[in-house]
Design a protein around this ligand. Structure first.
Ligand code: NAD
Length: 260
């Protein structure tokens, strides 16, 4: 029997990068997957891939920083499959790379609402569907969840990632009584689209003293960034009963990048 046989997983940011790799990995292991993303076209492809491997998927186009949208996504998921077991609160953006003194309050708001408020909403609206039978929630923070790391010009991002860490631990404590586990994963640099635009404008980066070659070659273990599939393996472990006594933990997946 597969690890997640008959289980339902809800994955945000499922159209790209870590979310996409995790959705596919959870489906390979028997899960039925609700694919949530801002961009429908991207998740349509993931759904096709999941169906080709003999599992089921649901495409949910939504902005997870909007309460009514995320609430509706959960409703559609339980209408479809009648249960919820795993939530991967993963959607996020880098936001503008910009010094604090030049940052528009709207940019601050955009980054913190997409990364941090969205995590609160994704957890909050899952609770009614998980509290009866328990479940596993996994939050994607970052190595920046622990300390501000190299990210000059990313104060809103770092604030969100540190906030997700604190929120995830509070949620683990509060939700233990329902047997809902909550863990926080902290990737280092991972090869996904998120970094593409952020590090493109070399002139701007020079101005805020970011080493322009970041993040390539920055991880001691393999001298390259990690792969989304490697993060997906960790998500599968935390989703499954193999991690049944792990909650409130922060787990680094960074090839020792955070130790540099
Ligand atoms: P990505 O850009 O490849 O994928 C993120 C997905 O999230 C996109 O499909 C995007 O459309 C979606 N998304 C963003 N905001 C959304 C919203 N409000 N509502 C719905 N969907 C939304 O990026 P990724 O690297 O896979 O990032 C996933 C998570 O991993 C993020 O939280 C990111 O901060 C975190 N992370 C990434 C890295 C890295 O180096 N790639 C490192 C540490 C942490």
């Amino acid at each position: 029997e597969k690890l997640l046989q008959n289980q339902v997983a809800f994955v945000t940011g499922a159209g790209s990068g870590i979310g996409r790799a995790a959705a596919i990995k959870l489906a390979q292991n028997g899960g039925k997957i609700a694919l949530v993303d801002l961009h429908k076209e991207n998740v349509e492809e993931v759904k096709k891939q999941i169906e080709e491997m003999g599992s089921e998927a649901l495409v949910l186009e939504a902005n997870v920083s909007h309460p009514e949208e995320i609430e509706k996504c959960y409703q559609r998921t339980v209408d479809q499959w009648g249960r919820l077991d795993v939530v991967f609160a993963n959607a996020g953006i880098n936001g503008e790379v910009i010094p604090i003194e030049d940052m528009d309050p709207k940019d601050w708001e955009l980054t913190t609402s997409n990364n941090l408020t969205s995590t609160f909403l994704t957890v909050k609206y899952a609770i009614p569907h998980l509290k009866e039978n328990g479940g596993s929630i996994i939050i994607t923070s970052s190595i920046n969840g622990n300390r501000v790391y190299k990210n000059f010009g990313m104060s809103a991002y770092s604030t969100s990632k540190i906030g997700q860490m604190g929120f995830g631990k509070m949620a683990a404590l509060e939700l233990a009584k329902y047997h809902i586990r909550v863990n926080i994963i902290c990737p280092g640099a991972i090869e996904t689209n998120i970094n593409e635009n952020t590090w493109k404008d070399k002139e701007k980066l020079k101005k805020i003293e970011i080493p322009v070659e970041y993040p390539e070659g920055s991880q001691p273990l393999e001298n390259r960034a990690g792969k989304p599939e490697q993060v997906a393996d960790l998500v599968l472990f935390l989703a499954s009963s193999g991690s049944s006594h792990i909650t409130g933990s922060e787990i680094y997946i960074d090839g020792a990048e955070s130790l540099l």
